[in-house]
Design a protein around this ligand. Sequence first.
Ligand code: 5AD
Ligand code: FES
Length: 346
Amino acid sequence: MKELIDRLRDRQTLTKEQWIQLIRGRTPELSAYVFEEARKIRHLHYGHEVYVRGLIEFTNYCKNDCYYCGIRKSNTRAKRYRLSRQEIIECCEMGYELGFRTFVLQGGEDGFFDDDKMAEIIQTIRAGFADCAITLSIGEKSYESYRRFYEAGANRYLLRHETYNADHYGKLHPPGLLAADRQQCLWDLKEIGYQVGTGFMVGSPYQTEENLAEDMLFLKKLNPQMVGIGPFIPHHDTAFAKEPAGSKELTLFMLGLIRLMLPKVLLPATTALGTIDTKGREEGILAGANVVMPNLSPTSVRKDYSLYDNKICTGDEAAECRMCLANRMKSIGYEVVTDRGDSLNV
Ligand code: 5AD
Ligand code: FES
């Protein structure tokens, strides 16, 4: 099995069968070896720096009904909110002061924010924060919409493919949402010129090792600038309330493998990883991750952007997350930097 890890490190690729074998055959010893090799590669390209992205969760309205997600439209118990353009700008202003040079506008698929409104928000941020990257994470849109947002000044787009396999995708989403459509969005975004982030949940219901192998092959093919993965965590108001959460151990192993496969990719230690274990994000960094995405949303709405249960960072101090992460990273010998943090994976 160690040979497979060396092969992955040296050639940055494995066959589907090899991926399955490696994922199934993992042991604590092999994981430790993956993390060690992943860290070497991470240090080679990104040193001990950790990039930060300020996450602004600007709407939790959503027209979709993904079975795993706490803000799915049929969850009538979710308390819905939208930030005004002014509130979004204020988040950016505060974020800039705190040293953020990337703002991520994330939201449900909310028809209220039509293309005109989004373009206007993007233009306003672009005009006010010339040295910052603007990242969108607002779901599936048409090629034309994506192009319009890009021309308005957005640079990056996050859209997790969730799972590559169409059958598995169908078990996590209602009819009408298709894996192929989602993947097409990613190809569109790339073609337009966005720096693209994709990713998947680890341990989502019905997921097999074969599915994870397919996810790895898709990542290799897409070659995105960023890959966000985190454990599935059940939300009490969804059909998956009683499903077990994904494991920290498998999430960390997959993080390390992604670093070996895509050496220069941006790899966040996600909030979900920090939610299943208080030291999850630190362990993520030590497994090869190099990005953290603290919350910049107004504290009054943080607990309402509830995709899964027990989400961290709902504290009542706006600047808390930035400080908290700086300290956490320092405790393991890494340093949060004020930088756009562009991907070296071009
Ligand atoms: N557990 C973990 N991650 C989730 N996401 C949505 N719901 C959950 C959940 N219950 C992830 C999805 C989505 C991202 C914004 O959050 O992968 O793309
Ligand atoms: Fe948000 Fe620690 S990062 S409270």
